[in-house]
Design a protein. Structure first.
Length: 388
């Protein structure tokens, strides 16, 4: 897409051709090239206020003044803890002419040269194509709450007054933990006494006897689900349970003690369980897992609920948090489970003392099993195929 012909205001006559997001709407998720990395998954940015600035191009006065407003004049607002800003450029000359720059923490830019993000958010027309040399651009600011829902919109104004309006609005935002006017609890289940202490000890003994292997995470690359390893993103070792009798014991405890609570609260009946592992987050390894979601690839799309059962409690750190719902973190009691929906953004903090042992399965049902089997065609090399 070439340099856009821009308009300074959100002209009402243009509205029918553009998608319009309203306050309260969920913001669309996307993956796009950015100053941070070539495949930035926007949904991972949740857990703080997000500002999307659709400036389009930094080549004209409105673009230059907008960039100056957040990169210089009000730089202090964007810290990645309370507020992060993402500029969106659809002008390929912005990076080559070095008009915009990433400033960490807090300021990044998407290179939306194919217009995919602009179409999702209504910055460019629905029918705009990547081969067009000119498009009419709607320029605006969008403020999202920590759950990635629209909180406010500010169209560009011809006199530039939108810039100070946005900054004043951002400075008045409540703390992240009270973005809704009160603390919003994470929508999770905490279930005590799923495993007995002696059973927990038995599972830990198995790990210590056999050891664990460094585990990675799933990533989508060119339409295929592949295993990836990045110690900055995740550091954990797993032992895979293969003994049929022990697998049966694990299944029976989940069926008797976890499933009824899921059925009661979520009106969902799990019938299948994926993976039987004893996991270890160790302080000596810097064990942790940065914020992620558990079902964002074709190979993991079937997952409905994640279960995290602590097998010990003599460690520090290693707590599970849900950034979309505040900074609070959770440590399940010995033998207790934290159960949550697979799409929830969650993280495991670094273990600072000792080792955290956990049993970490995923639950799903027959309909999801069919999805899992159908997605075999999207599994990369080394990812075992599934038969329902």
């Amino acid at each position: 897409m070439g340099r856009p012909v821009t308009v300074g205001t959100d002209a009402a006559s243009l509205r029918p051709a553009y998608r319009i997001l309203q306050v309260g709407d969920p913001a669309p998720w996307f993956t796009q090239n950015s100053t941070a990395n070539s495949q930035y998954h926007f949904e991972t940015a949740a857990g703080r206020y997000i500002v999307l600035c659709f400036y389009g191009t930094g080549s004209d006065q409105a673009g230059r003044e907008t960039l100056r407003a957040f990169q210089e004049t009000h730089r202090d607002l964007f810290d990645d803890d309370k507020i992060a800003l993402f500029g969106v450029s659809c002008d390929p000359s912005d990076p080559t002419e070095r008009r915009v720059r990433q400033i960490l923490p807090g300021i990044r830019h998407f290179w939306d040269f194919d217009g995919s993000v602009g179409r999702l958010y209504g910055a460019i027309p629905d029918d705009a194509t990547s081969t067009q040399t000119q498009v009419v651009l709607r320029r605006f600011w969008l403020v999202l709450n920590p759950t990635l829902r629209v909180r406010a919109t500010f169209p560009f104004k011809q006199d530039g007054s939108d810039r100070e309006e946005v900054m004043a609005y951002l400075r008045a935002l409540p703390p992240v933990d009270r973005f809704a006017g009160l603390e919003v609890p994470a929508p999770i289940l905490i279930i005590p006494d799923v495993f007995e202490p002696a059973f927990c000890r038995h599972l830990i003994d198995l790990y210590e006897r056999h050891g664990g292997e460094e585990s990675g995470f799933m990533r989508e690359v060119e339409g295929k689900t592949v295993a990836a390893h990045d110690p900055a993103h995740k550091r954990r070792k797993d032992y895979t349970i293969t003994q049929p009798d022990l697998i049966g014991q694990l299944q029976r405890r989940i069926l008797r003690r976890v499933n009824p609570e899921i059925e009661k609260v979520h009106f969902f009946k799990p019938t299948r369980m994926e993976r039987y592992i004893v996991s270890c987050y160790a302080a000596e390894d810097g064990g942790h897992f940065r914020a992620h979601r558990d079902n964002t690839t074709k190979g993991t799309a079937h997952r409905r609920f994640a279960v995290s059962i602590n097998l010990n409690d003599d460690f520090e750190g290693g707590e599970v948090s849900f950034p979309e719902y505040g900074s609070r973190s959770y440590k399940a009691p010995l033998g207790g489970a934290i159960v949550f929906s697979a799409p929830l953004l969650h993280a495991v903090s670094k273990v600072t003392s000792g080792r955290r042992f956990a049993f970490l399965p995923f639950l799903y049902d027959e309909a999801a099993a069919r999805i899992r089997e159908a997605n075999n065609v999207s599994l990369g090399e080394g990812i075992g195929a599934y038969k329902a």
